[in-house]
Design a protein around this ligand. Structure first.
Ligand SMILES: C[S@@+](CC[C@H](N)C(=O)[O-])C[C@H]1O[C@@H](n2cnc3c(N)ncnc32)[C@H](O)[C@@H]1O
Length: 207
């Protein structure tokens, strides 16, 4: 997906004026206005604003998918969450969902308090098998794990996927239902892809 992030405003014989698009502050504003904002900041999961906006872009994607944030049966699996469970915590504080944070670099001690409805797995997704009786939303926020590999280790009757890729491209052969650049995200890697329902059979992944 390519999108011009500048527009030529004016051009004359000696000058060209260009307006460069800048990311919005909507996710920082959202955090500041939310009841959970102070607790989420105090949890210490966010090292900086950039990471905060990336996790909130994933939360916004779940809302765009039409997911019910109050449905307590839904679980997320946040693959490649980083050294702190930042996207899992974002969902825990902003929804009723249970959240798995999966990353071999996760630090369990001394970084942040226990967060309700966040389970930390300091492992590669390939060394886990996560199972749910209900819907699971896999969230790959700049994850370096392959999407196909990640999905092979998650078993549920219904699986949705949100991906915002950076260095490791999305490797599914199923087209996303939505794809857009999220200009609330303060990273150049801001293209969000949403799959409402992963077709497990088509991907050749055993259910
Ligand atoms: C660019 S970082 C993204 C961290 C965080 N999601 C963020 O946006 O700041 C990529 C992460 O993917 C993790 N990773 C790489 N391979 C993985 C795997 N097989 N399973 C789970 N996590 C993996 C790395 O440890 C790293 O923390």
């Amino acid at each position: 997906m390519s999108e011009a992030n500048y527009t030529v405003q004016q051009e004359n014989a000696s000058e060209i004026s260009v307006a460069i698009k800048k990311p919005s502050s909507r996710y920082v504003d959202r955090l500041l206005k939310s009841k959970c904002g102070p607790d989420l900041i105090a949890s210490g999961v966010f090292p900086n604003t950039k990471e905060l906006t990336e996790s909130y872009a994933c939360l916004r994607a779940a809302e765009k998918m039409g997911e019910d944030l109050s449905d307590r049966t839904i679980q997320t699996v946040c693959v490649g969450d980083g050294s702190t469970p930042r996207t899992a915590a974002t969902f825990a504080f902003n929804s009723g969902w249970f959240n798995h944070s999966v990353d071999p670099q996760l630090k369990l001690h001394g970084m942040h308090p226990i967060i309700h409805r966040v389970m930390m797995h300091p492992d590669k997704i390939e060394s886990l098998t996560l199972t749910s009786e209900y819907r699971v939303i896999v969230i790959a926020c700049h994850s370096h794990a392959l999407l196909t590999r990640s999905l092979q280790h998650i078993h549920a009757p219904s699986i949705g996927l949100i991906s915002m890729s950076c260095c490791v491209p999305d490797d599914l052969n199923q087209a996303p239902d939505k794809e857009y650049a999220d200009w609330g995200c303060w990273s150049p890697h801001r293209v969000v892809r949403i799959w409402k329902e992963i077709d497990v059979a088509r991907l050749g992944i055993a259910a």
